[in-house]
Design a protein around this ligand. Sequence first.
Ligand code: IPT
Length: 903
Amino acid sequence: MNAYEIIAPPTGALPARARVETTAGVLSLDGLWRFAWSPTAETGRDPGDPGERWDEIPVPGHWQLYGYGSPAYTNVRYPFPIDPPHVPEANPTGEYRRIVRRPEDWDGGRVLLRFDGVDSWFEVWVNGVSAGRASGSRLTVEFEVTELLTGGDDVLAVRVHQWSFGSYVEDQDQWWMSGIFRSVALLHRPEGCVDDVRVVAGYDHTTGAGTLTVEASSASPVRWKGPDLSTIEPWSAESPRLYRVEVSTDAETVSLDVGFRTVRVDGDRLTLNGAPLVFRGVNRHDFDPQTGRAVSRERMERDVALMKQHHINAVRTSHYPPDPYFLRLCDRHGLYVIDECDIETHGFALAGWRGNPSDDPAWAEVYLDRMRRMVERDKNAPSVVMWSLGNEAGWGRNLAANARWTAERDPTRPLHYEQDAECESVGVYSRMYPSYDELAAIGRHEEPELADPERDRCRRALPMIMCEYGHAMGNGPGGLADYEAVIDAYPRLAGGFVWEWIDHGLGDEGLYGGDFGETVHDGSFVIDGLVLPDRTPSPGLAELAAVITPVRLGLDGVDLVVENRWSFTTTEKVVFAWTAETDDMVVDEGVLDVPVIGPLSSQRVALPAIEGSTLTVTATLDGSVLSCVQRVVPPAPPVLGTLRPARPQRLGPFPIASLTLDSWRAPIENDRFPGRGNTVSLEKRWRDAGLDQLIERTVEQREDGTWWRRRCRYAPPGLDSGFEVEYRWATDGEALRFEVDIDRLGEWRIPLPRLGVALALRTPAPGSVWFEWLGLGPGESYPDSRSAVRFGRHGMTVQDAQTPYVVPQENGNRAGVTRLILSNPEGDLRIDGDHPFEAAVRPWSTAQLERARHAADLTEGDLLWLHLAAGVTGLGSASCGPPVRPSAEYRAAQARLAFTITG
Ligand code: IPT
């Protein structure tokens, strides 16, 4: 039997304890290590061999990202047969070596070797003598090496196997990547040091007093220092006030940043310090495009800064405890955390959950060890407001036992686990990707009944969260504002966590499943974040920020309605300003006198009486916009003289290369899936209707007194449904007039991706053409994703108007456009619409966009594609969640576009 196939918690490891800052010695062992890779577990290497001539590899890191083996992506499926605890014979193995020396000033005491993350199973030796073995990839483990170190140069050897019994409980939806991917350190534990410390810092919102319990274990007498409890400011994500607590013995002082807060499940409400705790959260995996799950401090800092900028107040550490530094950032900057245990056995679902480790007593110790190591490491973090038993691991006795142990060890935090469907063990009812109706039903306590009436009664009485919703795969998610409206309507709903924060695209190319030649993979399902791999915010993140804003503005008749959605903060520091614009020129502006609004209340304020102008009101905090509301008065279309027929060959400086009906889009990821409650995807319905292969036939071409007219029919092969389109052109000698009438022919039961025209315009360097428009912007917008944009004059190059999604797909639509201007070095083209229209400009065609697999496949030619539409269909969240809602589908049977063109 191979040791890595024996189901067992770590051997030789010390009991888990809290992460603290210490005055005792810590020697980082991060840096270059010697490394030898073998495709099988039998490496033929001696643990006593210092590997002086071997390759070098950075620690922390994954060997697959340094040329040994390759990453592989699967979502649910195990990439190996379900045959626990066995793993394939081809079990890639890394041999790590480095020389360590016990620092001379580490007098007496013990020396520990700490690993914060090794994927997936490893054994450690010092000078050829084994110090222990462990698994639990995202969990800290410490070994005692006191007796093994000589004080001189000692050979530290770590053998890491890619696959182990532990892989069966680490089936998270992410890349399979191996090695020592978090920090390693040597720790001095002086005689009489502080072995462990536990701090419970509560806040009594009725008296304003802090409560503090400090428990420390040590062989020596312990003393501690902390804040004056009668003058406590509580901790919250809105105001993350921390206090220093120091615990000392004569040998060591450890210090912690403590935050005073009390989390409660109070009937069907989740509360923090007595006020509603509503998660406006995201799921975050550890991820970096260059280094995988080895994430630098700078990256983590950037993540937290971006989250805070976008009003995110919570993180679920999907689906394992994060690097410990991430929690420190959450404590410091204010993010509520659901800390999740490193347990997922999702692949067993494909085998009907037969043999699921979660319910197999042989795995009990392994499960408990994992939970314990998470809770003990992170127990003092004020940001952690809930423990999660894991993700997608079915249900069973081992999870129930983990819940019991945790509830006893830490009664101050509610438990979370979505697959405890009957809420036997958890403090909150949790769901993934519910439809809007299901969510609203839960809000009203009207969810479907459980078979057991007692269980049903208990669950129905609990607060509810969405541990995942708003699947951010590709262009989307659409429909976030609708979720927010449901959350707002029912106090039982304590918010949710968008899936997910980062696209896991690897390398500069943004590689995804299949790109490494994997035979079993799940393609681009790993590219489903709100930020691109390099942390460029996607339009979905801007949308989320606008939807979850803490200060929401609305218009009601002549009044402004200001909602303060903070639980603890007043609007004292928020500036409310207005501007009036006519034809995109500011004609008046001012600051509104809004009384200070307390937490969770709203206020109605009279607006200045402005007529005939677009009114914009913004709420700003420290210079950044929290929210914006507008009453838009579009500019009057230009007035034309008498028209006569025209047959244009060019528009302004751009020769026309083609003009055609446009009713297709390069499918977005959400188009490829049916979505909850549906059986057929939009893409399938669109392709079945032949929208992607319409054939043009000119029915008639003629001139009358005013127009040059061309009537065309567009229909797909084999079908008699399609479109009839009339294009009309005229001029008054100065400007061109362009009108299009579109009628659907035949039987249609489907929404359309879009309905309008596409013009290919010839120009050198189409990406550098300047694109300016009056309409919604500056970001892209779709019918179910338009909270982040505002009406106004916006400008950027055509290239910058593209969203470089890792997987190329429809993007860049601008809605509510009334005027657009395209300029190349030879001049300008200006298009004014009689009515607001949808516009997209691209340096490539829809067909190119559809064919491309990676952003780098898209290269510009000498055509600028201008898409002008009467309407488009929204985005939805069908890749995992509800499809586009009917209100965001474009279903018109007839459309008219009318433009005045100058240039
Ligand atoms: C859900 C998983 O929890 C998450 O890890 C991710 O895979 C997500 O789906 C899809 O991207 S589970 C699914 C059955 C809803």
